[in-house]
Design a protein around this ligand. Structure first.
Ligand code: PAF
Length: 325
């Protein structure tokens, strides 16, 4: 499925072209620039590993808003081997390019870049990589060593290849978003990073491509993650301090048989370090757990108020609003 087709999607736009090679991508980006976008139009990129769900589609809709009507919305679909550890689900990760392109047609993406590993890594595993530093050592990093370095390395490469004005990432992968923002700042990358709120199922489960692995029973157990986050956020809203917020969330997880918790942490979004007991202000409550063989992550922004002062709360992840880095 390569090249532009003209079958219109539900948006009235042509079905997105799918390009697989660096040359095809370069040609598609250049030809958009030559077709005379408006001065305010931009190129917006959404990076994914495919198996798209409504959370991804929300990112793409937001990308259209950022790009402008005649701007260019590019979606990358690449299951990046570099961010999977030994024994993880690289081979099993769901792949459905045709289905993904159908979904992208419904939300008005212009271009899909779906390279194979040899296109992204033509010399095999890269010798020079991005280090996420402390953003890659804690939380996810403790349980998935090297994961965040692999993410940042491919994100940097995809930024170079697609040359966006704005790149959009889901707040569900909060640590990833914080690490990408930090890379953009630390390495002076000329791109705006926009975080987009997590999309949840009506019962609270955060949307994730890995939800497809869950049996009905496991899916029911998995609700403990979002319930724990809500309990923590409710405690913060009621004016409780950091320790009580953590305790409220962990109380839910402790009572959840079949949910094997990797971590539950209340961190400062600027440092990803744990907040002290006397912390006041924004914090991020994060959880990772295994349900059966499926590893799930979720997070919730909380506002820890001074004692006796109930705090307001953002609906989603703290400190992750759009800003130009
Ligand atoms: O969030 C993801 O799907 C991936 O980590 C990303 C950003 C596409 C890099 O492979």
């Amino acid at each position: 499925m390569t090249g532009t087709t003209t079958t219109p999607g539900a948006t009235g736009r042509p079905r997105p072209a799918v390009v697989r090679t660096r040359g095809e991508l370069r040609d598609a980006l250049t030809s958009w620039a030559l077709t005379g976008p408006d001065a305010t139009d931009r190129r917006a990129v959404v990076m994914t590993m495919g198996a798209l769900h409504d959370g991804h589609l929300r990112l793409v809709r937001r990308a259209r808003e950022e790009a402008g009507e005649t701007g260019q919305v590019v979606v990358t679909i690449f299951v990046n081997p570099l961010q999977f550890g030994a024994g993880e689900d690289l081979e099993a990760y769901p792949r459905d390019l045709d289905g993904d392109v159908d979904k992208l047609a419904s939300v008005g993406a212009d271009l899909v870049f779906a390279p194979t590993p040899d296109v992204v890594y033509p010399d095999g595993d890269p010798v020079v990589r991005v280090s996420a530093g402390r953003f890659g050592e804690v939380l996810e990093g403790e349980h998935r060593p090297g994961h965040m370095d692999g993410v940042l390395t491919v994100v940097l490469k995809l930024l170079h290849l697609t040359r966006p004005d704005v790149a959009l990432f889901g707040e569900k992968d909060a640590q990833q978003l914080l690490a990408v923002r930090r890379m953009v700042r630390d390495l002076d990358l000329d791109v705006e990073v926009v975080g987009v709120p997590t999309v949840r199922e009506p019962d609270g489960l955060a949307m994730s491509s890995r939800n497809a692995y869950l049996s009905d029973d496991e899916r029911r157990l998995a609700l403990a993650l979002s319930r724990a986050l809500r309990a923590g956020a409710d405690a913060a809203d009621a004016g409780h301090g950091a320790d009580d917020v953590r305790a409220a969330a962990s109380g839910i997880l402790e009572g959840a048989a079949g949910v094997d918790v990797d971590y539950l942490a209340l961190v400062d979004p600027a440092t990803v370090g744990p907040v002290p007991a006397d912390h006041r202000g924004p914090a991020l409550l994060l959880v990772a757990a295994r349900v059966g063989t499926t590893r799930l992550i979720d997070n919730q922004a909380v506002e820890v108020a001074a004692p006796g002062e109930p705090a307001g709360r953002e609906d989603d992840t703290a400190g992750q609003e759009a800003h130009r880095d």
